[in-house]
Design a protein around this ligand. Sequence first.
Ligand code: IPM
Ligand code: MG
Length: 351
Amino acid sequence: MKLNIALLAGDGIGPEVIDQAVKVSDAVAQKFGHDITWKPALTGAAAIDAVGEPYPDETHEVCANADAVLFGAIGDPRFDNDPSAKVRPEQGLLKMRKKLGLFANVRPTFTFPSLIDKSPLKRDRIEGTDLIILRELTGGVYFGERGRLNDGDTAFDTMTYHRFEIERLAKKGFEMALKRGKRLCCVDKANVLEASRLWRETVQAMEKDYPEVEVTYEFVDAVAMRLIQWPKGYDVIITANLFGDILTDEASVISGSMGLMPSSSVGSEVSLYEPIHGSYPQAAGKDIANPLATVLSAAMLFEDKGLSEEAQAIRNVVNKSLAEGIVTEDLAEGGKAYKTSEVGDWLAKNI
Ligand code: IPM
Ligand code: MG
């Protein structure tokens, strides 16, 4: 297969972890006879520095014309501590999601056999966890009306959802549940928020089309607790943008490190693959960040292209590296800590 992949390394550790995913993907392509062309493009603070804009039109062109987008991370402390900044790297990420129509963010949470004891949670609680949080990605409070009132001391952000936005996400959730454990949980705050009541109403109306799927409705605050208390209670969760942002960071604790969990963002056209972690600026340039979340995001890319064997080859080599202790410092715990690039080299060699 010929694949044109847009490569958006972004900020912080982005370029380092992306490099490893490229090495591993190239090794897979070589082994299975595929032809990958990488198309690098600027995004985030890197793009602001270069052209004054975090998601330039040229980058959008590259993404829109690619077969998939592989993305590193976005964010820079220079902007975090400056609330008056006119342009921010994160705006690039939101603009990219919106312009590429990536309305569904698929964030799986699972455990690795050799890492169960690295999680701060007890083994019997988490062993066998296999859930997916399907986060709405182009609506809600991230994109609703916001501003300051004239007094300058009052600010507002609004959570707006249209029925079609909920329907198209829920449809993906139902379809995903059908292929998995046939359980779907709609997570909202319907006891307080009108937008959440529309979520419930919409999903309830869809239940009859998926009689095999068992649907439950839970409040997000309760899910924040149950998710780490008994993660095996969940199969597919569908939820709004902000709730999904928060719950997926929380869920990553189950696997043992934030550096492990991949994600895909899908819509109607091109899909994007990225680690769920951020730009980890403290580690930038030090060659210490865990590249596995990005490498596993590349595996999701192969899987979505129908290349399951290739995806499995990546997951297998990742499991092997963990079992053999070829890990970065976040997982080394007193043992030898390998560099980001060394882990990437080892994975590529062992594919
Ligand atoms: C994520 C990140 C982003 C988000 C930030 C960087 C804007 O936290 O992808 O989860 O909030 O969506
Ligand atoms: Mg987040």
